[in-house]
Design a protein around this ligand. Structure first.
Ligand code: SF4
Ligand code: SF4
Length: 421
């Protein structure tokens, strides 16, 4: 009942935000004035960040860690999720969140004249450090994107683990694309394509508002789709969590192998005891692994070549390239009649189409190296995943997978060893 009331409140708040956002969209800019509209590829930031917000983030992470390890309270985690949604989501308008801060840090690394404030760095680093020590406590209930999905996941079903693995590659692809976007000056793709920021900020493109609503609808049944299949920051958190010194355990004391928690995780994040028929002669496994390790460089090279060949379509993530193509199509009469804000704005500026096309060509050149590296990165990830799959570990208990477990505590009440369960 508590969950249902919270969900109703959430849906109501979301609907109000959505309606106000749509209202804003119906206020068209006046092109008859001197004012030139800026490119609206990335939502404007909600405001400057201050140290006290870093302190709140630290406090929320610490409290979540306490709830995960000491109190082992799903109820407590739920309450922190509601706070994070209201504070980091609706009050702070989802900006800057640690997920988006990844790009600010990347920009400071790749672009010589771009800096990053210490507050933003603290937002980026803090959840990673907590992850390194305690697992993904940030995802458990502090992240505003995770919180909104966690709260709507009321009828989750488990999907096939093989499908989970394939779809899970999406987040590596997104991380690679986001890096490519920052390094080539295409912008902050994670913010541009953030499906929930439009709800938090009362404004974004229609497409992103619809994407956010769909993501929440899907998330009722397939819990946390953005976290599992798309979140680029989740990749970094997962890598840290893999080496976490401490990590949530399903039973607080030794597992009695009752199998009651077997189906409790909607995220496929519980590693089961190895079935007897899969236990094999270690020599066979080693041979398979050696072969995959040997083939990995070839695979990575193929990935780089594939990425290079795709540099032109990939360059369309850059606003200059996509605008240049749009203008070329309009000039050739291929597109007629539709109103397109960016091309209308361009035509009110003094820049010529030839200059724009030359700039787009220069940007496309930059994408050659970046796309090759992007392809190599994806091939490297797939190789690592295949090598991991080739190693059959002998496991005798049920335990959370350190990389993919969100420390959400949904499995706590299923374990009979759990105190008070
Ligand atoms: S996976 Fe990403 S979006 Fe989901 S909770 Fe973690 S950081 Fe947030
Ligand atoms: S805490 Fe339990 S239910 Fe939640 S993601 Fe981890 S293993 Fe799954």
């Amino acid at each position: 009942m508590r969950y249902v009331s919270a969900l109703i409140a959430l849906v109501a708040a979301t609907a109000v935000q959505g309606a106000r956002a749509i209202e804003l969209k119906f206020a068209p800019p006046d092109f008859e004035t001197e004012y030139a509209m800026p490119y609206l590829f990335t939502p404007a930031p909600a405001g400057s960040n201050t140290w006290w917000e870093s302190l709140i983030l630290f406090a929320a992470l610490s409290l979540t860690t306490y709830m995960v390890f000491k109190a082992r309270s799903r109820r407590g985690l739920f309450a922190i999720s509601v706070f994070s949604l209201l504070f980091f989501g609706f009050y702070r308008k989802g900006c800057i969140c640690p997920v988006g801060s990844t790009q600010n840090v990347m920009a400071a690394v790749f672009l010589p004249d771009v800096g990053v404030s210490w507050v933003v760095v603290s937002f980026f680093v803090m959840p990673l450090l907590f992850s390194l020590f305690f697992g993904r406590v940030f995802c458990a209930s502090v992240c505003p994107l995770g919180a909104i999905q966690e709260l709507v996941a009321i009828a989750p079903i488990r999907i096939n683990p093989a499908l989970e693995r394939v779809l899970g590659l999406g987040k590596y692809m997104y991380l690679g694309l986001a890096t490519l976007g920052v390094a080539t000056g295409a912008g902050f793709l994670i913010c541009r394509w953030d499906p929930f920021v439009g709800l938090y900020r009362m404004g974004h493109s229609y497409n992103m508002l619809i994407a956010g609503a769909l993501m929440l609808l899907v998330g009722v049944f397939i819990a946390r789709p953005y976290c599992r299949f798309l979140c680029p920051y989740g990749v970094l958190l997962g890598w840290m969590s893999r080496f976490s010194k401490f990590h949530l355990e399903i039973p607080p004391s030794p597992c009695v192998e009752c199998r009651l928690c077997e189906d409790s995780c909607p995220y496929n994040a519980i590693d089961m005891p190895t079935p007897r028929h899969l236990v094999e002669d270690p020599a066979v496994g080693k041979k398979r692994t050696r072969l995959l390790v040997f083939l990995a460089p070839v695979f990575i090279l193929l990935g780089a070549v594939g990425g290079y060949l795709f540099h032109e379509p990939l360059s369309h993530i850059h606003p200059t390239v996509s605008l240049s193509e749009r203008i070329a199509k309009e000039d050739r009469g291929i597109i007629k009649g539709e109103v397109y804000l960016e091309s209308d704005t361009f035509r009110k500026e003094s820049k010529t189409a030839a200059t724009l096309h030359a700039e787009a060509l220069a940007v496309t050149e930059k994408f050659k190296t970046g796309s090759a590296l992007f392809g190599a990165f994806l091939a490297l990830i797939i190789s690592i995943k295949l090598i991991e799959l080739s190693v059959v570990k002998k496991r005798t208990i049920f335990e959370p997978h350190k990389e993919t477990c969100f420390s959400c505590g949904r499995c706590y009440p299923y374990c009979p060893v759990e105190e008070g369960a």
